[in-house]
Design a protein around this ligand. Sequence first.
Ligand code: KG4
Ligand code: ZN
Length: 353
Amino acid sequence: DDGLVVLGIETSCDDTAAAVVRGNGEILSQVISSQAELLALYGGVAPKQAEEAHSRVIDKVVQEALDRANLTEKDLSAVAVTIGPGLGLCLRVGVQKARRVAGAFNLPIVGVHHMEAHALVARLVEHELSFPFMALLISGGHNIIVLAHKLGQYTQLGTTVDDAIGEAFDKTAKWLGLDMRRSGGPAVEELALEGDSKSVLFNVPMKNHKDCNFSYAGLKTQVRLAIEAREIDAKCSVSSATKEDRRNRADIAASFQRVAVLHLEEKCERAIDWAMKLEPSIKHMVVSGGVASNQYVRFRLNNIAGSKNLKLVCPPPCLCTDNGVMVAWTGLEHFRVGRFDPPPPAVEPDDFM
Ligand code: KG4
Ligand code: ZN
């Protein structure tokens, strides 16, 4: 144990999260306040409302993280905060909070890249996971495959040319009339268990492209057309649908999930071959980001990794979806090698306004 203790703050999207993590990877606390009701109300993330929701709870969430860790700000080595990518208004709430805490207690600040945090949290989970390794990062806004050469040095092997897989899950959930008080992915995964995944024939995207890029906009359209063709009414919730209607919806959910994941499998296989040429010593493939909490995704990608003699490292679901732990941990990784900013001034100009 290097004696380091870092507070991580994450506000890039709709969850306000904070956590305290020790240098040896011990998670001392983890707090998340989600905007589930807002999501249901607006059918997605509305930046202004999300910013206000973050502002309302940020102080409480950070205090709670410190309390549960049985620590005060004085015990911290540094404050880590997500600085992007994400919604600017939302990111600012986290960054200003981090600067207030760091300024008041003379702590260094580590700015963290949200996607790097999704990848590196796998190293907290799996101590054997050393560089170089591959990572498939799948969330609501991003769909990338990277080759991690060493800390801070990454080659992007593929990305989406339009939508990310999480966006396709969320829209499918909405059009199928699933409960939107939580994000769409888990609802689709659950309904898919009742359906026949071969019953609706969706095309696998980008079959003939010889690269490692993704596309989910076309699959989204295919799903919408299938839903319209079966006259499924999204305003009628799945829980009050007739037996036949429910069966139809489950078939679409299962068929969508199968093809959406098949697209991941095909591109991952190709990316692994490419990565192994660039870095022959890789032994691990990380799969992280919100969609990596899906059990079917984990099962299928575990098979792909295995077939290429790589070990799959998939963080537990609560560390795949947005959280403060991944930010604190990535902060620790950078802090250790001297990558951080000095403490900001104790009083921010903002405080005068
Ligand atoms: O990483 P994340 O929490 O936030 C972003 O950075 O976007 O990912 C959120 C995305 C949402 O699109 C959500 O529907 C999806 O991850 N997701 C899932 C599951 N849990 C979350 N997708 C499929 N199956 C799941 N079980
Ligand atoms: Zn994320």
